[in-house]
Design a protein around this ligand. Structure first.
Ligand code: AMP
Ligand code: ZN
Length: 301
């Protein structure tokens, strides 16, 4: 039997996820949301003392920012852009006729200035760059957003709209590397306290096409992306947290500078909130009230 479909069926039967008819697009129950809220509170208890600047963007960025970020070069297959009807009466008449006939009606939809956020940290870099060079202490941010990726799948852990909580560091190479190492150790302690099995492994982003193959190899060879994988719904464990070191990539993209001169380095730690909730349901059962007392104490105090 397909284990991924089985877990999804169970989550739906229990009412934890509400199907919509589109793979990867679900409603969430109050119980599911409470698990996410409690896990986020644990993240805040762990990282909240570091003095991060808290920022929340809506799940969208400007289309220009998405273009400048290079996302369409690396991940065109995942991007989502928002289109709206921009015609007049004639086009509206045509649209309604097509809808009536059950025909494709989207030809009058035109791109707006808005694109969906692919990762919670994406809207941050242009903002930081616009605020001028980064001082000697660097900067630290706490962001969270719904993110869109066009990767429809029957695997409940691969959603098209999901939330990512991130801490993002901006500063010297040493500052960013120390931040990443520190978060790997904290994340290991956090996930162990939730009594979930995990492993931290080298990883790569899904760069598109033939040119993307080299990017994947080079990212792995340089150890720029690590993931914490936890068994969720598949035979293969699923990446639930990511630890990324971008080097000075976003400095070149956005003009991020250090006050003392030179490009700023960046890195981020990303918590896949739905995936972590799903891992908890998979390992401890579909009823949080019956989870081990030790796990409940960590999340609900
Ligand atoms: P990434 O930028 O790909 O490293 O994603 C950051 C984190 O978001 C990952 O570690 C996952 O936990 C989570 N994530 C990525 N893609 C998805 C998805 N399609 N559905 C749910 N969570 C995801
Ligand atoms: Zn990030």
């Amino acid at each position: 039997m397909d284990a991924a479909v089985t877990l999804l069926d169970q989550l739906i039967a229990e009412g934890l996820l509400v199907p919509t008819g589109v793979d990867g697009l679900y409603g969430r129950s109050g119980v599911f949301e409470d698990v996410i809220a409690r896990f986020e509170a644990l993240v805040t208890r762990t990282g909240g003392g570091d003095g991060a600047e808290v920022l929340r963007f809506p799940p969208a960025m400007t289309r220009t920012q998405l273009e400048t970020s290079g996302y369409m070069k690396s991940f065109p297959q995942l991007a989502g852009t928002v289109h709206s009807f921009c015609g007049g009466d004639h086009e509206h008449f045509d649209l309604l006729a097509k809808l009536d006939e059950g025909e494709s009606w989207t030809e009058h939809q035109a791109p707006t200035d808005i694109a969906l956020t692919p990762a919670a940290c994406y809207p941050l870099y242009p903002m930081v760059a616009s605020q001028g060079p980064v001082s000697a202490d660097g900067r630290l941010f706490d962001v969270q957003s719904y993110c869109f990726r066009h990767e429809p799948s029957a695997d409940p852990a691969r959603m098209q709209l999901f939330r990512m909580r991130e801490y993002v560091r901006c500063g010297t190479a040493e500052q960013v590397q120390a931040f990443r190492q520190g978060w790997i150790e904290r994340a290991e302690a956090m996930i162990a306290s939730l009594e979930l099995p995990f492993e931290v492994v080298p990883a790569n982003d899904p760069f598109f096409g033939r040119a993307g193959k080299m990017m994947k190899v080079s990212q792995r060879e340089q150890g720029l992306k690590l993931e914490m994988v936890i068994p969720v719904a598949n035979a293969q464990p699923t990446a639930c947290l990511s630890f990324n070191y971008h080097q000075d990539h976003f400095a070149h993209t956005w003009g991020l500078r250090l006050a003392e001169g030179g490009p700023a380095h960046t890195g981020c730690v990303g918590f896949g909130l739905e995936r972590i909730a799903l891992a908890l349901f998979r390992h401890h059962g579909l009823a949080p009230a019956q989870w081990p007392e030790t796990v409940r104490r960590v999340l609900w105090g």
